[in-house]
Design a protein around this ligand. Sequence first.
Ligand code: SF4
Length: 298
Amino acid sequence: MHDIWNPWHGCQKCSEGCAHCYMYFLDQSHGRENSAVVTKTTGFNYPLSRDRGGRYKIQSGEMIRVCMSSDFFVEDADKWRDEAWSIIRERSDVKFFLLTKRPQRVEKCLPRDWDDGWENVFFNVTCENQRRADERIPILHRLPFKHKGIMSAPLIGEITIDKYLDEGQIEQVICGGENYDGARPCRYEWVKKLHDECVAHDVTFAFIETGNYYVKNGVTRFIKSKIRQTYLAYSEGLAYKGKPMKFELCDRMGLPIPESELYIPHYRRNCINCGNRLICNGCSDCGRCQDEIIDIKD
Ligand code: SF4
């Protein structure tokens, strides 16, 4: 339901996947200059916000994606990160999806009481090409996190992660093409290769969107709409549900929360064919997909 928490905004480009960063694009289209300047947002305490009835807006068991307009481990946010960790610590009943292109900074950015990791943190690294997979996944393996995953989006080249999946630490792989100005093509065979490797290791694989330029059987298609992209991605039949991820969530007293008290995602008719379905927190009832007639043959 409430799926994004942006405690800070802005970031500096640091790898090939950043070349056409959507945050830069969206900032520009909203007339905001200097996306490289990192600022604390007004929504910094969002996970602690409550409704009129005094209940947390983010319910126990929800998964919330963190820093989708920055990088949680960007240098300029070092001064605020301890405060952000305190919020994550306090909401031990919520799953926090962290994603970084800076795993080399993570060890020194962990809180003092981290030990071997917190159950409610799902840590992901971006692997947009083979170079970054070979650089970041070994670091991912060494870091103390209870839950680990890979985000191959934007996928801009063929990659293999077979030998890394062999270690059995990676629980989920997400893959998608690139969007907006300068978008580079994503090829079906790259996605299929990642899918096949995940299936062989029983790891969940989600192809969430094709990107603006999708190449299959030598034909390049331009797909502008993100909703069409996600439907087309789903129609490729590459979604795979592997070993279930189990988060042992607990309340502030450290007591386990029974399954029956956890958030249950709900879905709508349009969700059935959505590439995000496998990894999604459920419908947020924004209504945007209903404004668009979905026909992936366009
Ligand atoms: S790390 Fe992410 S937010 Fe930062 S510039 Fe790169 S793509 Fe954009």
